[in-house]
Design a protein around this ligand. Structure first.
Ligand code: MG
Length: 256
């Protein structure tokens, strides 16, 4: 069921968005060679406690998960791209690190993700990351009342395909509200002018992700982490966006 939020409810979602943005800003500074993924998760956990927020991940146990997630952060490194379960791994020079974080503040959820390279980057990795960021911006620009959901999907897909990447349609964006995952599903490719008509009050996570040379995934033996079928690297960018009378409002906008 698609739920629309009143302007007052969207205002009430701002603190969750600001908190999620602040955690990602802090974590981005900590993604360095020599840092353990478990330290990143611990830092996010401390920030949740200090803020009085609630993790959307720690008890998350969907049908496809082998067990509750147990961590507050997704950390996906190199050939991992989504749902990366933080584990005892020390970041190496040139690693591509995606972090995805969702939390609830005052009963409202926000969800956002970013990807960075630790240490010395490869041009191919920077291109992959930049493409997901441009695709996210293109998707957000279409999150306008009166457009169709397919306009967002097509905008994302066009950017990815123009850069030479193939888009996976199994995992994409989603409605965000009192819980992390609601309707509608927001595919990362589609046909402009098709699908759900976008109305003010719709709040969605838009989240393009790409793999360098495949669009196929497999699940790691940890039961969560999704990795590329061919070992190529992945990147992921995500914001929570409210469609308003005044255009798209990026609730998880970072200040830097
Ligand atoms: Mg997310």
């Amino acid at each position: 069921m698609i739920e629309l939020r009143t302007p007052a409810e969207i205002e009430a979602m701002r603190p969750a968005g600001a908190f999620v943005a602040s955690v990602l800003e802090r974590l981005r500074d900590e993604i360095k060679v020599g840092v353990n993924l478990l330290e990143l998760d611990s830092l996010a956990h401390r920030m949740i406690k200090e803020r009085g927020a609630e993790s959307c991940y720690i008890d998350y146990h969907p049908s496809f998960g082998a067990m509750p997630f147990g961590k507050v952060l997704c950390t996906s490194v190199n050939d991992a791209v989504l749902h990366g379960l933080p584990h005892d791994y020390v970041i190496q020079d040139g690693d591509v690190v995606s972090i995805d974080f969702a939390a609830s503040v005052d009963g409202w959820v926000a969800d956002s993700a970013l990807t960075v390279v630790a240490g010395t980057p490869l041009d191919a990795d920077l291109k992959l990351i930049a493409t997901t960021e441009r695709a996210l911006e293109a998707g957000i620009s279409q999150a306008v009342a009166g457009n169709k959901l397919g306009d967002i999907s097509a905008a994302i897909g066009d950017v990815c395909e123009a850069a030479g990447y193939s888009v996976n349609l199994d995992f994409g964006g989603h409605g965000v509200g009192r819980t992390m995952h609601g309707d509608p599903h927001v595919p990362n490719n589609g046909r402009a002018g098709r699908g759900l008509k976008l109305k003010p009050g719709l709040v969605i996570a838009i989240e393009p992700w790409l793999l360098a040379t495949t669009d196929q995934l497999y699940t790691d033996e940890d039961g969560w982490t999704l990795r590329s079928a061919d070992g190529s690297r992945g990147a992921h960018s995500e914001h929570t966006v409210a469609i308003t009378e005044n255009g798209p409002l990026v609730l998880t906008q970072r200040s830097r």
